[in-house]
Structure formats: C-alpha cells, structure tokens
Design a protein around this ligand. Structure first.
Ligand code: ADP
Ligand code: MG
Length: 285
C-alpha cells in the first residue's frame, strides 16, 4: 500500500525570537543605556519532519525547546525565519483554515455562554444562526456537555471547560487538529479521564490528522501512533518513534514504552534543569 500523502511538512525550519532587553532600574529609576540591547533566542534550528494524513503524532521535548513555536507555524500564526512549512502541499504564509487549535488554557470567551463559545468559529466563518447552533449543539452533545449550553465558562470545572474548547474546535470540522498541552492545566485524575474522552471523541473523526504536544509520556503513547522526541533548545528532532501500540493500549505496555522514551529524552531534559557544573547522571533515574 502506498504511503498516505504528507499532510504537514516542516522542512529545515528555523526561528529566532528577538526581544529588546528591559532597561535596568535602580530605586525605581531607569539606568542610562547607550542603545537598546536585543536578546536573541533561537527556538528552532533546521527542524524537519513530515506528518502523513490521518496520523496522530505526539511531540515531546523539554520546556522551551520550541514545541509551541513549531505547532503555531503549522497553522500560520508564527512565521519561520528560514525553511518551509507545507500544509496540504502548500506553503503556509497565513492562517490556515484546515487547522483547528486546542489550547492549554482553553481559550474560551468568559462573556459567551457554552453554546456561543462553541459556535464562535462558525460565526466568524459567516454560517447562519440556525445552522451554527445545530452544529454547535451536535458537538456539545458529542463532548458530553448536553444541558450546559447556557452556562458560562467560570461556572464549569477545568475538564468541562476543555470539553467546550474541543467542541468549539471540532465545530469547524478541521482536517488538522493542533493541540498544545490541552490537558496541562487539569489535575491528574481529570487528565486521565480526558485522555480517554479524547480517544472517544476523535473516533468520530477518523480522517483527521492530529498533532499533540505534551510533557506527559504516558499520554503521548496512549494517544499517538508516532512520538516525535525533540532536543533541548534549539529544538531539533532527537528521535521519531512509531509506538506500535494500538489506540488506548494497555497501561502496562504504555508504561514499558514510556521508559524507553524517557531513556531517549532524559539527557535533553537534564540539559535544561541541571545547573552547569553539576553531575547530571547523579540525579538521573
Ligand atoms: P515550548 O512550547 O517547547 O515550551 P516555545 O515554542 O514556547 O517552547 O518557546 C521556545 C523558546 O522561544 C523559549 O525559550 C521561549 O522563551 C522563546 N519564545 C517563545 N515565544 C517567544 C516570544 N514571543 N518572544 C521571545 N521569545 C519567545
Ligand atoms: Mg509550549
């Protein structure tokens, strides 16, 4: 069988952030500074990978290695300095309508009710009221929030708020789902429930391509068929692992595989958390 078409391609993508350093102060007064000092941070350095249509790919890597940057390049909200990002074979130069984004902090509008949050994407696409509420209702039902349509985000738990976030994104039927630590703000128990909920919800969207950024190796392995391990900043590929696990695999299998992934990732994480001069192996286990 031929390989499915590449849905997303990152081809030697580089990104450097430049920020103007804040001037030093003394007793609340700005100290003189001859010229503004810029600080450069290279987030990504020639990062390349391909994601085939219909795959579920998790990206793991140490904090600050450029995962969010890479994800935001796929939907066109961050521009690369060098290299190319292709979605559906076209170079990404502006926000892409085929991408839907699910945020760690849910990204809901506090002044909108659940149904108006879920219908938001359809509203900005100019879909009429009847159709947009019908689609929003179907997605609210799908994520298990029937009866909460008129509720406001602050009245919901974190897990429920993320259900709203998922329903809102699914309402516009994205071909590509980009998820940036979507369960990172949830407690461990809710998180576990939401992992299985996501599997259930996405089983209704079998054609979609998913990219899921997480710090949680178990979660990465439970959900994805491929795990991309990134290096510490500047982010590059350390390893691409085909998990070989079925969706919702047994916990024991997931735990065993998570140990393998941790063996690959450990050194990269230590680079970011162990102070210079300290023996990192002394603390690695
Ligand atoms: P991750 O999601 O893997 O934690 P990010 O992509 O958010 O990493 O960031 C990568 C690096 O780029 C970090 O060191 C971060 O501080 C820096 N960075 C991210 N966004 C900006 C920005 N808008 N301005 C300056 N630096 C940024
Ligand atoms: Mg991030």
């Amino acid at each position: 069988m031929p390989d499915p078409a590449p849905k997303i391609v990152l081809d030697r993508v580089t990104k450097t952030y430049r920020t103007v350093k804040r001037r030093d102060t003394f007793w609340g007064r700005l100290l003189p500074q001859p010229r503004p000092q810029t600080v450069e941070v290279t987030a990504l350095d020639e990062l390349s990978f391909t994601i085939a249509e219909g795959r579920f790919v998790s990206i793991v890597g140490p904090s600050g290695c450029g995962k969010t940057t890479a994800l935001r390049m796929m939907d066109g909200l961050i521009r690369a300095d060098g290299g190319r990002v292709l979605v559906n074979g076209e170079q990404v130069t502006q926000p892409r309508p085929e991408c839907g984004f699910i945020f760690q902090d849910f990204g809901l509008y506090p002044w909108r009710s659940v149904i108006d949050n879920v219908a938001f994407g359809l509203e900005i696409r100019g879909i009429g009221r009847t159709e947009r509420y019908a689609t929003a209702q179907a997605n609210i039902d799908l994520v298990g929030l029937k009866g909460f349509e008129k509720t406001f985000p602050h009245q919901l738990s974190g897990g429920m708020q993320q259900r709203v976030g998922i329903a809102r994104t699914l309402s516009v039927e994205p071909e590509i789902l980009l998820m940036d630590e979507p369960f990172g703000a949830l407690d461990a128990l809710t998180r576990r429930v939401m992992q299985f909920e996501l599997i259930r919800i996405l089983s209704t969207r079998t054609g979609a391509t998913s990219v899921f950024v997480t710090h949680d190796l178990d979660e990465a392995l439970l959900l994805a068929d491929t795990v991309i391990v990134m290096t510490a900043r500047p982010g590059r590929i350390k390893r691409v692992i085909e998990t070989g696990l079925g969706v919702g695999a047994e916990r024991l299998e997931v735990d065993r595989k998570a140990e393998e992934v941790w063996d690959i990732l450990r050194d990269e994480v230590l680079k970011t958390v162990v102070p210079a001069g300290m023996d990192p192996t002394a603390r690695a286990s």
